[in-house]
Design a protein. Structure first.
Length: 148
Protein backbone atom coordinates (compact mmCIF):
# COMPACT_ATOMS: atom_id res chain seq x y z
CA UNK A 1 0.00 0.00 0.00
CA UNK A 2 2.79 2.45 0.91
CA UNK A 3 4.60 1.62 -2.32
CA UNK A 4 1.50 2.46 -4.40
CA UNK A 5 0.97 5.78 -2.59
CA UNK A 6 4.61 6.80 -3.01
CA UNK A 7 4.54 5.85 -6.70
CA UNK A 8 1.33 7.84 -7.18
CA UNK A 9 2.81 10.90 -5.47
CA UNK A 10 5.92 10.71 -7.64
CA UNK A 11 3.80 10.42 -10.76
CA UNK A 12 1.61 13.38 -9.75
CA UNK A 13 4.57 15.60 -8.84
CA UNK A 14 6.33 14.70 -12.10
CA UNK A 15 3.20 15.56 -14.08
CA UNK A 16 2.84 18.92 -12.31
CA UNK A 17 6.54 19.74 -12.76
CA UNK A 18 6.49 19.06 -16.50
CA UNK A 19 3.14 20.64 -17.24
CA UNK A 20 3.39 23.17 -20.04
CA UNK A 21 0.99 25.84 -21.29
CA UNK A 22 -0.23 24.73 -24.71
CA UNK A 23 -2.56 27.57 -25.75
CA UNK A 24 -4.86 30.29 -24.45
CA UNK A 25 -8.47 30.20 -25.58
CA UNK A 26 -10.65 33.31 -25.24
CA UNK A 27 -14.37 32.59 -25.38
CA UNK A 28 -17.54 34.63 -24.85
CA UNK A 29 -20.17 33.79 -22.21
CA UNK A 30 -21.91 31.38 -24.62
CA UNK A 31 -18.72 29.36 -25.06
CA UNK A 32 -18.04 30.56 -28.59
CA UNK A 33 -14.28 30.70 -29.16
CA UNK A 34 -13.25 34.25 -30.07
CA UNK A 35 -9.49 33.82 -30.19
CA UNK A 36 -6.84 31.16 -29.70
CA UNK A 37 -3.26 32.10 -28.89
CA UNK A 38 -0.21 29.87 -28.82
CA UNK A 39 2.32 30.83 -26.15
CA UNK A 40 5.39 32.70 -27.34
CA UNK A 41 8.75 31.32 -26.24
CA UNK A 42 11.15 34.09 -25.26
CA UNK A 43 14.84 33.83 -24.47
CA UNK A 44 16.07 35.76 -21.44
CA UNK A 45 17.40 38.49 -23.72
CA UNK A 46 14.11 38.71 -25.62
CA UNK A 47 12.16 38.97 -22.35
CA UNK A 48 14.36 41.91 -21.31
CA UNK A 49 14.07 43.52 -24.75
CA UNK A 50 10.27 43.18 -24.69
CA UNK A 51 10.15 44.57 -21.14
CA UNK A 52 11.99 47.74 -22.15
CA UNK A 53 10.05 48.13 -25.41
CA UNK A 54 6.83 48.13 -23.39
CA UNK A 55 8.10 49.93 -20.27
CA UNK A 56 5.90 53.02 -20.71
CA UNK A 57 2.67 50.95 -20.97
CA UNK A 58 2.05 48.81 -17.87
CA UNK A 59 -0.86 46.89 -19.46
CA UNK A 60 1.44 45.71 -22.27
CA UNK A 61 3.84 44.24 -19.71
CA UNK A 62 1.34 41.74 -18.27
CA UNK A 63 2.49 38.65 -20.19
CA UNK A 64 6.09 39.30 -19.11
CA UNK A 65 5.27 39.61 -15.42
CA UNK A 66 5.26 36.66 -13.03
CA UNK A 67 2.13 36.18 -10.96
CA UNK A 68 4.53 36.20 -8.00
CA UNK A 69 5.46 39.81 -8.86
CA UNK A 70 1.86 40.86 -8.30
CA UNK A 71 1.76 38.96 -4.99
CA UNK A 72 4.43 41.38 -3.78
CA UNK A 73 3.40 44.51 -5.69
CA UNK A 74 -0.27 45.29 -6.35
CA UNK A 75 -1.00 46.10 -10.01
CA UNK A 76 -2.22 49.60 -9.13
CA UNK A 77 1.08 50.42 -7.37
CA UNK A 78 3.10 49.03 -10.28
CA UNK A 79 1.05 51.07 -12.77
CA UNK A 80 1.52 54.17 -10.59
CA UNK A 81 5.31 53.58 -10.45
CA UNK A 82 5.63 53.15 -14.23
CA UNK A 83 3.46 56.20 -14.98
CA UNK A 84 5.27 58.49 -12.50
CA UNK A 85 8.67 57.27 -13.75
CA UNK A 86 7.58 57.98 -17.34
CA UNK A 87 6.41 61.48 -16.41
CA UNK A 88 9.62 62.34 -14.57
CA UNK A 89 12.25 60.60 -16.72
CA UNK A 90 10.59 60.45 -20.13
CA UNK A 91 11.01 57.80 -22.80
CA UNK A 92 13.43 54.88 -22.58
CA UNK A 93 16.51 55.30 -24.79
CA UNK A 94 19.01 52.56 -23.88
CA UNK A 95 20.40 50.36 -21.13
CA UNK A 96 23.87 49.23 -20.13
CA UNK A 97 24.39 45.94 -18.29
CA UNK A 98 26.30 46.41 -15.04
CA UNK A 99 26.03 42.88 -13.64
CA UNK A 100 24.17 39.60 -13.89
CA UNK A 101 23.90 36.68 -11.49
CA UNK A 102 22.22 33.32 -12.08
CA UNK A 103 20.84 31.18 -9.29
CA UNK A 104 22.55 27.79 -8.78
CA UNK A 105 19.57 25.98 -10.39
CA UNK A 106 19.40 28.48 -13.33
CA UNK A 107 15.72 29.13 -12.58
CA UNK A 108 16.27 32.81 -11.81
CA UNK A 109 18.66 35.56 -12.78
CA UNK A 110 19.26 39.09 -11.49
CA UNK A 111 20.36 41.93 -13.76
CA UNK A 112 21.55 45.40 -12.82
CA UNK A 113 21.30 48.01 -15.57
CA UNK A 114 22.11 51.69 -15.94
CA UNK A 115 19.13 52.86 -17.97
CA UNK A 116 19.07 56.08 -19.95
CA UNK A 117 15.79 57.96 -20.40
CA UNK A 118 15.23 61.28 -22.17
CA UNK A 119 15.26 63.21 -18.84
CA UNK A 120 17.84 61.26 -16.82
CA UNK A 121 19.45 57.99 -15.86
CA UNK A 122 18.31 55.31 -13.43
CA UNK A 123 19.77 52.18 -11.89
CA UNK A 124 17.30 49.34 -12.45
CA UNK A 125 17.40 45.84 -11.01
CA UNK A 126 15.41 43.25 -12.91
CA UNK A 127 15.03 39.78 -11.41
CA UNK A 128 13.63 37.15 -13.76
CA UNK A 129 12.43 33.71 -12.73
CA UNK A 130 10.57 30.76 -14.17
CA UNK A 131 8.35 28.16 -12.53
CA UNK A 132 9.52 25.14 -14.53
CA UNK A 133 12.40 24.34 -16.83
CA UNK A 134 10.18 24.73 -19.92
CA UNK A 135 8.64 28.09 -18.94
CA UNK A 136 9.70 31.52 -20.13
CA UNK A 137 11.57 33.72 -17.72
CA UNK A 138 9.21 36.34 -16.28
CA UNK A 139 9.78 39.47 -14.23
CA UNK A 140 9.72 38.55 -10.56
CA UNK A 141 11.09 41.79 -9.14
CA UNK A 142 11.73 45.27 -10.52
CA UNK A 143 13.57 47.93 -8.51
CA UNK A 144 14.37 51.45 -9.63
CA UNK A 145 16.72 53.96 -8.00
CA UNK A 146 18.28 57.24 -9.03
CA UNK A 147 21.97 57.37 -9.90
CA UNK A 148 23.86 59.87 -7.75
Amino acid sequence: MKKIIISSLLLISTKIYTQEKIETVIANSNGKVLETKKPVKYSIEETINQFYKRINSPSKLDELMSFRFYQRTPYSKFKELINSKSEKYGVYIERKLISEKFSPDNMSVAYVFNVKYTNGNLKEILILSKETVTDNFQVYQYNVSEIN
